[in-house]
Every structure is written in structure tokens, then in C-alpha cells.
Design a protein around this ligand. Sequence first.
Ligand SMILES: [Zn+2]
Ligand SMILES: [Zn+2]
Length: 248
Amino acid sequence: MIRRFRADLHLHTVLSPCADLAMSPDLIISTARQKQLDIIAITDHNSTKQCAVVREMAADTGIVVLNGCEVNSREEVHALCLFEDDHSRNKFQIFLDQYLPHIPNRPDYFGYQVVVDRNNQILEEIPWYLGNGLQIELQEIADYTRQLNGLFIPAHIDRPINSLFSQLGFLPNELQIDGMQISKRADESQIRQLYDIPSDITIIKASDAHYATDIGTACSIFELAEPTFEEIRWAFHQKNGRSVKIES
Ligand SMILES: [Zn+2]
Ligand SMILES: [Zn+2]
């Protein structure tokens, strides 16, 4: 039986320099519950390090938490990369560490970048600024994500900066994507027309929340039998009767 799952697949945590320091795992989970979300993805800038704790803490809530991050490529394109398990997430984290430029963060200017545990105790402070572009091209990031069986989704493609279209001007033929994400206020049909995006490319909406009040303010509805990673992939590719649509 196919059921509906409400999803917000673009959320930042306390680890993102630009996100509210209050965006702790427990606040994210409790807000996701209030907003009746079934699936969320943790997508900090250039890091997956806060995913594990959020997943662990959400385990008995029924909320499915996807491992992810929002990469910033050498071309300054933002894209969501989602991974099924900790094995692939760890491999991708090593990849991120390898290509993140070693430019120190300036907490007073950009904000703190901390990984916290379930009690909001700081486990780690990331010394390098996570907002920088990685020293690797979008194409290679997409290829590696695919190699790890992940999902690759260019983020906020409607935005005038840090988007696929603002930075590259077009979707390269060889770039394999699983879908695209538009921002809260963007209109799907307008964006499809503007960038000539065919209907076989799925477009989702997500909040890109940096503050708790933003969580769940832009959602997509998945139609799945079970909220598994594989079914979510099917939904993006409009396969096996699975689908995803922007919540109206
Ligand atoms: Zn972004
Ligand atoms: Zn974001």
C-alpha cells in the first residue's frame, strides 16, 4: 500500500556557520514532530558530521533522518548529497575533508561550527570555514556521490547565487542528477519554463532551514510503500509507482 510521507530534505544544524546555534538535534527533532514531518535530511554545508546524532536521537520517534550534506563545489554551486548509511556517509566525509580548503573559520564573523552530542555538549569544533567552495568540481562530486549509491540534487536552483543555473548557466549533459530542489517561494512551473527543465526531472521543495521556525515551511510529499532510501530514489526517478510532489 502506498502512503504519503511529508518530507523536508534540506535542514541545517548548529554545525553550519550560518545556522542558529540553537539548531541542536533535539530542537530539530521536536520541531519536525510538531510540523508532522515524516522524513528529514540533515544537510550542513560541506559536512555530514551532525547526521549520526540526529539519526540516533530520532530513532524512536518514527521520523526518518537521511544522512546528507549541502556541498559547495569549486564553481560555487550548492547541491544536496544524501546517503543511505553511515558507511557511505563516512566515505563521503573523508572526501569532504580532503577537498575543504584549510581556511580558518572566523566564528565572530561567520558563526560557530560545532558538532554536539545528544545533550548539546560540544564534541568538536570544525576549524576550517565550511562555507567555502570545495577544491573539486561539481561533476566529480556528483560522480563520487553516485559511486557511493547516494542521491545528488542541485539545491535552490531558482536562486541568483550558488545555484546550478546562476553558476553554470545550464545543466551539463554529463551531470547525472536525481532531482532538483527549489526554494520556499519559487514556483515550480515558472522555474521549469525558465530553465527548460523536462518533466522527467523531479523538482522538490525544501525549507533550507537555518532556524527552527523555518523547519517544515517548504515540504514535498513522497508516495511510498515504506520510507526507505531505495523507495525515495524510486520516487525521484518516478519508478515503480513511487513519486514525489511539492506540497501544495
Ligand atoms: Zn545553499
Ligand atoms: Zn542550505
